[in-house]
Design a protein around this ligand. Structure first.
Ligand SMILES: Cc1cc2nc3c(=O)[nH]c(=O)nc-3n(C[C@H](O)[C@H](O)[C@H](O)COP(=O)(O)OP(=O)(O)OC[C@H]3O[C@@H](n4cnc5c(N)ncnc54)[C@H](O)[C@@H]3O)c2cc1C
Length: 413
């Protein structure tokens, strides 16, 4: 018997993959519906991505095949090309910013391009943290102008402490000559992460969760608080027995939950109990029409970091004759009065409909964290407990990487 803790993308895909292999699975979920971070609600006819807008795409072939075997791409999804923008210094700029540098004043343009040309002539370097990477690739002017304020807003941490391998595949890899050419030729963004994506016709990412939950044995409102290892099996909440556990919750909480393992493993559990994370506050708003899919907001004077025009993703996301909807994201806990004040500085005559605060949304890996987590994963696997997902592995997983990780788990059985 396999018990999966959590009915987010990781738990649901793990359960489906194990079921495909013929294993009996039960999913225990503390909330009342599936989805975790991808959950959505409908509020006054507007679809609210409670933890920020979610779209699907993947470059991982086996995830692509598995996902589209389960879903009807043509019937249930809309294929969309991203039109991202940047709103800074009260003007709209194209995304990525490197391609619209020509819009800045002459002094700034000269500084940026002098630095880019100098960087291009230097031998390639190995970077050890996120701050060095950004400065070393884009130069100090662009770092101070855009990358520093934007990333500080999201991560709320010292970027020089952020480990680089953790951001693998997520980092912009600039080609200095291409940046110069793009600014002369005024070229738009190319083949970047999420430059095109799929979005469900109805119910946003909740549709993905609801479908992944189909056919599974899921017990909702069932928070797992204790896991006791006893006679080669796990006793969950002093009530259920299970031979195997797949845990997709927060790795930091395991040291309080797990009992009956050797003291070395208890020490490993304690060693990951202080990992750093950020929450997100989201404001569902009405907005004037916009052709953007999302807008990045690097200015320090605006506490929000992104507007996602979820109403543009599917016509079903907002009332037929009403105004369009969007979700404004703020990193960390932001009181609702502060969010309402902040949206007055944003374009689109935004009007609040609803808000949500999610205490855990962004994980932050510092130097050495990944090694500690991998060692713990190996130790726990000897006791048939497996860590899968964004918060259990403490990885910056998107949905596709969460599914890939579930596939990796299923391959072990
Ligand atoms: C703002 C934001 C935007 C994003 N946008 C995108 C995007 O556009 N595209 C994309 O692919 N990805 C996106 N992601 C990433 C995506 O949200 C994650 O990859 C994915 O949702 C992670 O799923 P998970 O199952 O690992 O974790 P979660 O979604 O957190 O699921 C864990 C589940 O476990 C349950 N649980 C936890 N502890 C217990 C317990 N003790 N007992 C019982 N149940 C428990 C929780 O309630 C939850 O349902 C975004 C993330 C954020 C924060």
């Amino acid at each position: 018997m396999h018990t999966i803790i959590g009915a987010g993308v990781s738990g649901l895909s793990s359960a489906q993959l194990l079921k495909e292999k013929g294993f009996e699975t039960t999913v225990l979920e503390k909330s009342s519906k599936p989805g975790g971070l991808i959950k959505c609600d409908v509020v006054d006819g507007h679809l609210f991505h409670r933890v920020g807008g979610h779209v699907f795409n993947t470059k991982v072939e086996k995830v692509n095949d598995w996902f589209w075997n389960r879903f009807n791409k043509e019937q249930d999804f809309i294929a969309t090309k991203r039109n991202a923008g940047i709103f800074m210094q009260e003007q709209f700029l194209a995304y990525p910013l490197e391609n619209s540098l020509y819009k800045f004043d002459e002094g700034t343009i000269r500084n940026i391009f002098n630095e880019l040309i100098d960087l291009d002539q230097q031998a390639s370097k190995e970077y050890h943290n996120f701050e060095d990477f950004l400065k070393g690739n884009f130069g100090n002017t662009l770092y101070q102008l855009y990358f520093k304020p934007y990333n500080h807003k999201i991560w709320k941490t010292d970027l020089s402490q952020v480990a680089l391998p953790w951001l693998d595949g997520k980092l912009p890899m600039p080609n200095h000559r291409e940046i110069i050419m793009s600014n002369i030729l005024r070229k738009e963004e190319g083949n970047m992460v999420h430059s095109s994506f799929f979005y469900p016709e109805k119910n946003g990412s909740q549709f993905i969760a609801d479908n992944l939950a189909k056919g599974l044995n899921i017990q909702y409102n069932q928070a797992v608080n204790t896991l006791q290892y006893n006679n080669n099996a796990w006793v969950i909440n002093e009530a259920f027995n299970s031979e195997y556990i797949v845990y997709t919750g927060d790795i930091r909480l395991l040291h309080q939950m797990i009992k009956g393992v050797p003291s070395e493993i208890q020490e490993q559990l304690v060693a990951v109990s202080n990992l750093q994370s950020n929450g997100t506050s989201n404001l569902l708003c009405e907005t004037d029409a916009s052709d953007h899919s999302w807008l990045y907001l690097p200015d320090e004077g605006i506490p929000a970091h992104r507007i996602i025009y979820t109403g543009n993703f599917s016509a079903n996301n907002q009332p037929k004759d009403g105004r369009a909807s969007c979700t404004v994201e703020f990193s960390g806990y932001t009181p609702v009065e502060e969010m309402e004040k902040a949206i007055k500085k944003l374009p689109g005559n935004l009007k609040m409909i609803d808000y949500n605060y999610e205490a855990n949304s962004y994980v932050i890996q510092q130097q050495g964290d990944r090694e500690k987590i991998n060692a713990l994963k190996n130790s726990l696997a000897q006791y048939n407990i497996y860590l899968v997902g964004r918060f259990a592995e403490w990885e910056y997983h998107n949905m596709d990487k969460a599914i890939e990780s579930s596939m990796h788990l299923a391959d072990q059985f």
